[in-house]
Each structure stands twice: as structure tokens, then as C-alpha cells.
Design a protein around this ligand. Structure first.
Ligand SMILES: Nc1ncnc2c1ncn2[C@@H]1O[C@H](COP(=O)(O)OP(=O)(O)OP(=O)(O)O)[C@@H](O)[C@H]1O
Length: 248
């Protein structure tokens, strides 16, 4: 786990007078799952949008897979984005397409000459990887919340990204389904050798998926380490966060 796939130093981002990120340092090594834990509005989504090149930083360096994201031209940025998979909170599936069509869509858009046979094969590989092979002809509206999340992950995986960015992967799910999604995140890490940033305010998700956890408050990281290291502290900020999750 030595190679760094994400290396961020002294990152700042404001929207007008709203100073969202105030000097963030973070690195993610190859094959590592890093959880960014923080309450609503602390800037977690802004952070991963900057990593994905969807937002520009105001100051600091953002190196992703050896490239400075904010210095890339549009062609290079597009290429980099293919290697950085963004799993949106609500799956972002097209309601008018079947599951199979939803999965084929990013493949066809990014590799226009791809053969239909190969599309079929890759769709079935990712569907099988998320445990939903039987849903291929179903519409998204027929799926449960947990199934939609799984299909959202499959749709990101189909482009075989090196990095997965998960935005609140367990939001709105019951505890058992949360555990299933957390297991899937770990399975994706093992099977597809991805490195991940998982942003969440769910402590169970952090505990189950995080090789490293960073706790974010008001645009800064206030603590980092493995779960036990982070939560063994008497620090009021951390205790407040633990209490907020009601798992003592
Ligand atoms: N494009 C934008 N323009 C203006 N302000 C923004 C923009 N994106 C985010 N913000 C602001 O940045 C702050 C942090 O938002 P962000 O979505 O990163 O929080 P979060 O920690 O991910 O919270 P949540 O868990 O609720 O998603 C908020 O005050 C939000 O209003």
C-alpha cells in the first residue's frame, strides 16, 4: 500500500463568504479505503467533487493518479475522470431505461466502437459482482433502495475506475441493508483493486469499510487514524460525533 493515488495538500475552497474547506491534507494509498466522516455541511461532498475535477480548488494541490487535477486541460481531465468513479448518493439511474441499459450507457458513451457482445459481457460481470444478475431487464422503479445503490455502484464500476468515490453510500437505508452495502464496498476493493474515498456520517459504515478514517469539522480534519484510534480519544469533538450517531 505504498503508492499514493490521491495526494492533497493545504486545500482551500470557498463559495463567497462561505469558507468550506480550510486547509485540508489527505492522502490515499493504492488499495486503501479512506472514510471521511463529518456532519452535514462540513464540506465532504465539495472535497470529493474537487478530487473528481467537478469543482476547482481556490488554493492547495490536488494530485490524483499522479496528475494535478486543476492544471489539466479538458481532454486530460476527461481521461482522468474515467479513472475516477463517482457513486452518487441516489444512484443517478435513468428511470426510463432498464437496469441493463443503465449499465451499458456509460460504456457506449465512452467507447463508441465497443462491440455489443463485449457490452453484454461487461454488464453481466458487474451485475454479478453486485449480486443482482436477475434484475437486468427490470426498471429502476421496481428496485428497492438498496438494490438501486448496488446498481449505481455497478454502473460506476463498469468503466473499471482505479478510484471509487462513494457519496453517502448508506444514506436512507435500514441497518441490515447498510451492512450489505458496506460489505459490497469491501468486496469491490478486494475484487477490483480499487482505492476509495467514502464520505459518510454513518459510524457503522466508517467502522466496516475504513482502513483509515478522517474526521472533518468545519472544513478541517480534526482527527485521523483507524476506527479504534479515532474513537478511543476523550476529545470533545470526537465524543460529540460518537454521541450524535447513538452507537455507544
Ligand atoms: N456549488 C456550490 N455553490 C455554493 N455553495 C456550495 C456549493 N456546493 C456546496 N456548497 C456549500 O458548501 C458547504 C458544504 O457542502 P457539502 O455538500 O460539501 O457538505 P457535506 O459535508 O457533504 O454535507 P451533507 O452530508 O449534507 O451532504 C455547504 O454550506 C454548501 O451550501
Amino acid at each position: 500500500m505504498n503508492e499514493k493515488v490521491i495526494d492533497i495538500h493545504d486545500l482551500y475552497k470557498s463559495f463567497g463568504s462561505n469558507h468550506v474547506l480550510r486547509g485540508i491534507d489527505i492522502d490515499v494509498h493504492k488499495g486503501e479505503n479512506v472514510v471521511v466522516l463529518g456532519r452535514s455541511g462540513t464540506g465532504k461532498s465539495v472535497l470529493i467533487k474537487i478530487i473528481a475535477g467537478l469543482l476547482q480548488p481556490d488554493a492547495g494541490t490536488v494530485n490524483v493518479l499522479g496528475q494535478e487535477v486543476d492544471k489539466l486541460d479538458s481532454v486530460a481531465l476527461r481521461e482522468l475522470r474515467l479513472k475516477v468513479g463517482f457513486c452518487f448518493q441516489h444512484g443517478a439511474l435513468y428511470d426510463s431505461m432498464t437496469v441493463g441499459e443503465n449499465l451499458a450507457f456509460p460504456l457506449k458513451r465512452n467507447t463508441p466502437n465497443i462491440k455489443q457482445e463485449q457490452v453484454k459481457r461487461m454488464v453481466s460481470v458487474v451485475l454479478e459482482a453486485v449480486g443482482l444478475a436477475k434484475t437486468i431487464d427490470q426498471m429502476p422503479s421496481e428496485l428497492s433502495g438498496g438494490q438501486r445503490k448496488r446498481i449505481g455502484i455497478a454502473r460506476t464500476l463498469i468503466l473499471r475506475p482505479d478510484i471509487m468515490l462513494y457519496d453517502e453510500p448508506t444514506a436512507g437505508l435500514d441497518p441490515i441493508t447498510c451492512t450489505e452495502i458496506n460489505n459490497l464496498i469491501n468486496e469491490v476493493q478486494r475484487r477490483f483493486h480499487t482505492s476509495s474515498i467514502i464520505i459518510t456520517h454513518d459510524l457503522a459504515c466508517a467502522k466496516q469499510t475504513g482502513d483509515k478514517i478522517v474526521v472533518m469539522k468545519e472544513g478541517k480534519f480534526v482527527k485521523q487514524g483507524n476506527f479504534e484510534e479515532v474513537f478511543s480519544t476523550q476529545d470533545d469533538l470526537i465524543k460529540e460525533f460518537y454521541d450524535y450517531n447513538f452507537i455507544q
